[in-house]
Design a protein around this ligand. Structure first.
Ligand SMILES: [Zn+2]
Length: 303
């Protein structure tokens, strides 16, 4: 595709997006169904960048330097299970943005050049996906004042635990746990807005490894997690993902609080029963998080 056609194409996409209004309960797709947006009616936005299975023979595989092409298996199933549990147990559900294309063709958790490996036609689904994440967060903050954002992934590391990515490396998590460099790591963390909002009421250490940290609650619900009170940081010889492009871009939007969740396989993604057990724990604890740390009025959800 030449540059002129690409620019026209992108203008059409962006005009279409700004002109569109979204109705909770509907699903929205681009014309090829490469990207799906399910608008919710609560201020929780979940993005699922690496669960897509559509392989396009006409699109070259991503082979540029630093390209990662592994699929996050069953993460779409996990997000759908979360949606089902919300609809079953509450009268509301989150906004979810799916990428249906294989990561071999486009990576939504990288900046656009690396995400497309420079192949221009993949810029259109990349922009569409990001535009919908952006739109979902803007709608949530406009209606509810604040929103939670989760970028949902899968990891194949030996340690069977959820890796919660707050944009801090294992060494930074360890130092934070020991009370070192608190100001610096608070400023780097994906939940820095939340800490700033509470004006010193909660420290980073408490929010990552305290008795009322999200990770601590997930461990108590049966899902080992790092960081948490029980497992505060990954050791130097352990693999751990600390959050990528999406977490850095969206979790620190004004009035947005968020992090990345890298799910392990065993007991989370290995059976449909496991998807639902994980979803039930996630829903319970994210609702507890919203009630504890945000100003969001639960009674207004679903409206
Ligand atoms: Zn991933």
């Amino acid at each position: 595709m030449n540059r002129y056609l690409l620019i026209v194409g992108l203008l059409v996409v962006s005009f279409h997006l700004t002109a569109q209004t979204f109705q909770e309960g509907n699903s929205y797709y681009d014309k090829n169904k490469w990207v799906t947006f399910v608008p919710g009616n609560m201020p929780l936005v979940i993005s699922v960048p690496h669960g897509g299975l559509i392989n396009l023979d006409s699109v070259p595989d991503r082979t540029c330097p630093d390209a990662v092409t592994v699929i996050d298996g069953h993460t779409q199933d996990l997000a759908k299970a979360i949606d089902s549990v919300f609809r079953r147990d509450y009268h509301f559900h989150p906004s979810i943005v799916f990428c249906n294309l294989r990561r071999l063709k486009v990576d939504m958790n990288r900046e656009i050049e690396l995400g497309t490996c420079g192949y221009d036609p993949m810029r259109i689904p990349w922009m569409q996906w990001h535009n919908w994440v952006d739109t979902a967060l803007a709608m949530a903050v406009k209606q509810y004042g604040q929103s939670v954002y989760i970028d949902l992934h899968a990891q194949g590391h030996p340690e069977q635990r959820l890796e919660l990515g707050y944009l801090l490396t294992p060494k930074e998590l360890e130092e934070s746990f020991k009370g070192e460099n608190d100001t610096l790591y608070t400023s780097k963390a994906s939940i820095k807005n939340l800490i700033a909002y509470h004006k010193g009421k909660y420290t980073l250490k408490e929010l990552l490894t305290g008795p009322a940290a999200f990770g601590t609650w997930m461990v108590e619900s049966g899902f080992p997690s790092v960081p948490s009170k029980q497992d505060p940081f990954a050791y130097a010889n352990q693999k751990y993902f600390n959050g990528g492009y999406n977490t850095a871009r969206y979790a620190r939007y004004p009035n947005v609080f968020g992090w990345q969740i890298e799910t392990n396989y065993k007991g989370v993604r290995d059976t449909p029963d496991a998807y639902y057990r994980f979803a039930e724990a996630f829903v319970k604890n994210i609702m507890r998080y919203i009630a504890t740390y945000t100003t969001i009025d639960v009674k207004k959800m679903g409206k």
